[in-house]
Design a protein around this ligand. Structure first.
Ligand SMILES: Nc1ncnc2c1ncn2[C@@H]1O[C@H](COP(=O)(O)OP(=O)(O)OP(=O)(O)O)[C@@H](O)[C@H]1O
Ligand SMILES: [Mg+2]
Length: 339
């Protein structure tokens, strides 16, 4: 096992090192050693740390001699949209030149680069990290792109030694759309553990709320922690903004009184949904809450998790055995609109 260099990240207006996630990094090493037989799709709450993890995974894979192509079409800065191992620069530039408007086709470009690497290098180790691509290519194309990535593994354009394909998504529909085919393996990734969040908490200067309060409000989600910080710890403002941006009022207004009743109970215990899944009203509500990225089904804790799964049950954080609110903030936003 290597002592992996930890990447630098922007967090709450400062530069910090990638923190915690030891189990996840060990899993990347296992992927590196074996390769992935299928594209590994990592789905988890928005802002839980998928992009940070993929960027750190790139470094781990490079330590294992992989040529890595990483793309995040939604990255804020152009230079973050495509990252790659410097030794394949010539191939990248060649492919880039062959597209008239490369940034609009970056997912295709990343795939083309990967096949070119297979053809040009002798038995390479190659990794393709597709961060948040489904939103960019359109959710309707998510399935077809997963199939294209599987084809890259099964019918490569050249001989390779090992291949690792990771895809991330925070879109609720991923589970049903992608999960219904045998084209990928789906893993869930959760918010940070208490210990992980504490590491981030410690780098943020005073004045700040007590750690316990931050934990109860964020449930370990680093993005929400950042939002709280940028709004000078004004929780009410963060919740109001969330309600407005997601149009939670509009969504709630569209629900029937039966759905509202189920939802009220699900605020106390998200497993209410599981217990009444035979009811068509619950089925509709479940689908909606998942699609709106408010809840996630977290059915099994013992397999297919990247890093550590959420606790078995923690109703204070909105985590049940079968379903969980993405974070306590998500739940609070719904609660405020309903009362
Ligand atoms: N392990 C970590 N160590 C330090 N900072 C982290 C870690 N994980 C995430 N962060 C920081 O938390 C914030 C949110 O993380 P990130 O952008 O990776 O989430 P995400 O799951 O990719 O979100 P989205 O679903 O919107 O794509 C970022 O500022 C990121 O740098
Ligand atoms: Mg991301």
């Amino acid at each position: 096992m290597f002592i992996v260099r930890r990447i630098k990240l922007r967090f709450a207006d400062r530069e910090i090192e990638f923190a915690d996630r030891e189990v996840a990094l060990k899993q990347v090493e296992e992927f590196a050693e074996r390769g992935t037989r299928f594209p590994v799709v990592v789905y988890g709450p928005e802002g839980c740390g998928k992009t940070a993890f993929f960027k750190q995974a790139k470094v781990v894979l490079e330590e294992y001699d992989y040529s890595v192509v990483y793309t995040n079409p939604l990255a804020h800065e152009e230079r973050e949209i495509l990252l790659y191992t410097p030794s394949i620069r010539d191939i990248v530039e060649e492919v880039f030149k062959s597209f008239p408007d490369p940034y609009s086709r970056i997912v295709d470009i990343a795939i083309r680069i990967a096949s070119r690497v297979m053809r040009k290098l002798r038995k390479p180790r190659i990794a393709i990290l597709m961060d948040d691509i489904f939103q960019a290519i359109g959710l309707d194309k998510a399935e077809i792109y997963t199939k294209i990535l599987l084809n890259l593994i099964e019918y490569p354009s050249g001989d390779y030694e090992k291949i690792v394909v990771l895809v991330s998504s925070s879109e609720g529909v991923t589970r049903t759309r992608i999960g219904r085919h045998l084209w990928s393996v789906m893993y869930l990734m959760w918010n940070m553990s208490r210990e992980g969040l504490k590491l981030l908490y410690d780098v943020v200067p005073d004045p700040k709320p007590l750690f316990e309060d931050v934990w109860r409000f964020t449930g370990g989600n680093p993005r929400i922690f950042e939002m709280l910080h940028s709004f000078s710890w004004n929780i009410d403002m963060v919740i109001s903004m969330f309600i407005k941006e997601r149009d939670i009022r509009g969504v709630m207004a569209s629900l029937s009184s039966e759905e509202i009743e189920i939802l009220r109970k699900a605020l106390e215990d998200p497993d209410t949904i599981f217990r009444s899944l035979r009811n068509p009203a619950t089925q509709k509500l479940e689908k909606l809450l998942i699609e709106l990225n408010l809840i996630i089904d977290v059915w099994e804790r013992d397999k297919f998790w990247i890093d550590t799964p959420p606790p078995e049950k923690d109703l204070e954080l909105g985590i049940g055995e079968y379903y969980a609110w993405q974070t306590p903030l998500h739940r609070e936003a719904v609660k405020r609109v309903l009362v």
